[in-house]
Design a protein around this ligand. Structure first.
Ligand code: NAD
Ligand code: DAU
Length: 332
């Protein structure tokens, strides 16, 4: 395809996407990343320097964005403030990055007629009751709950408006909760794994009955590449791998897999406005593009992820203490 710009390519999903592109395409990659607290340059270690270039820059800066997008063939937009808990403590960077940043990218791809893919989340649809037989579909009305999910919902609306008003060649995907290597230790699964490594009891918000629909990051990224290559312009695709599980069961599985007592965790303060359940129906993606997840056994994927954090302490150790200090302030 030529040159792909990957915004947020030093973050969790973006860095795994860069690896996926290097492995599965001939593309050159420009990573545009502001290198916030969530980025980790070592997530790009070992990639071929002649094919991958890192540009440190803020997507909220229109000039920076224009210079990088000009001359590219595709932009895949992962960059975001991505953590719900942070958005409850200070929503302001979420507005700048997720809304203003997306606006700048849309204006740049419009000016330079570049293909654009927008990475979004299932959280734009709000939450489901535990016994609701329905799952989220592309037609489900938007009903975001948190400042994070509201800012992502707003950015999705911008993309649709730019497609309809300006004929921008864009697609959108909304994915469920990702797990796998290189995820920041503020997020649920890596936080508990690294706590257990440190001899600290895992922390379960509230009663822990909340359900998330887990998908391995490599499956998310293979779906994104399929959409970039074969998706219909203007369309939205939901990405999910039928991985629903409640938080309590996930913590117990982590403890078991790590050889600890499965009851050795603590209940802590719940998240305000905590969404109860997400669940994705990915029929459109599977039938239209022939995509299927490769990681079909969550326990095996989780065991491999635990193994990755055990073997890569140098990757996560520098961010662990500051992350836990932030949580201590909210009693979590
Ligand atoms: P992450 O927090 O790990 O990484 C975000 C990256 O974006 C970081 O490298 C950060 O430095 C960069 N960034 C932040 N603000 C920036 C700015 N103003 N300019 C340039 N770069 C900036 O996030 P993630 O979990 O990898 O999520 C990536 C995308 O996927 C986000 O758009 C998120 O909404 C979406 N998503 C995430 C999940 C999930 O489970 N993590 C699920 C569905 C969708
Ligand atoms: O659904 C997709 C979304 O998944 C993405 O859009 C977000 O970027 C991503 O962060 C994730 O959002 P969640 O809020 O679901 O993920 P998080 O890892 O923060 O929490 C997962 C669940 O675990 C949630 O119900 C809250 C709970 N939790 C979280 C932490 C950090 C705990 O019980 N204990 C914890 O210590």
């Amino acid at each position: 395809m030529g040159t792909t710009v990957v915004t947020g390519g030093a973050g969790f999903i973006g860095s795994n996407y860069v690896r996926h592109l290097i492995q599965h395409t001939d593309d050159d990659v420009i990573v545009l990343d502001a290198m916030t607290y969530a980025a980790n340059e070592s997530s790009l270690a070992g990639l071929p320097g002649q094919r991958v270039r890192l540009v440190r820059g803020d997507i909220a800066d229109a000039e920076v964005v224009d210079a990088v997008v000009k001359g590219a063939d595709v932009v895949v937009h992962f960059a975001a403030e991505s953590h719900n808990d942070n958005s409850l403590n200070d929503p302001s960077p979420f507005i700048q990055t997720n809304l203003v940043g997306t606006f700048n990218l849309l204006e740049a791809v419009r000016r330079h007629e570049v293909r654009y893919h927008h990475i979004s989340t299932d959280e734009v649809y709000g939450d489901l009751e535990l016994d609701d037989p329905n799952r989220f579909q592309e037609t489900t009305p938007y009903r975001p709950s948190s400042p994070y999910s509201a800012s992502k919902a707003g950015s999705d609306h911008l993309v649709r408006a730019w497609v309809r008003s300006f004929d921008v060649r864009a697609t959108i995907s909304n994915c469920s909760n990702n797990y796998g290597p290189r995820q920041h230790v503020e997020k649920f699964i890596p936080r508990q794994i690294t706590n257990v490594i440190d001899g600290v009891r895992p922390r379960l918000y509230g009663a822990g009955l909340n359900v998330r629909d887990w998908i391995h990051v490599d499956d998310h990224n293979s779906a994104v590449l399929a959409i970039v290559e074969r998706g219909r312009i203007g369309e939205t695709y939901l990405i999910g791998a039928d991985g629903e599980m409640d938080n309590k069961s996930v913590i117990q599985m982590i403890l078991r897999l790590m050889g600890a007592d499965e009851h050795a965790y603590d209940h802590v303060n719940d998240r305000p406005g905590h969404d109860l359940r997400y669940a994705i129906d990915s029929t459109k993606l599977r039938t239209e593009l022939g995509w299927a997840p490769q990681y079909r056994n969550f326990e095996e994927g989780l065991a491999a992820t635990i193994d990755w954090y055990r073997r890569n302490e140098a990757w996560w150790r520098p961010m662990k203490a500051a992350t836990e200090a932030k949580y201590a302030k909210t009693g979590q």
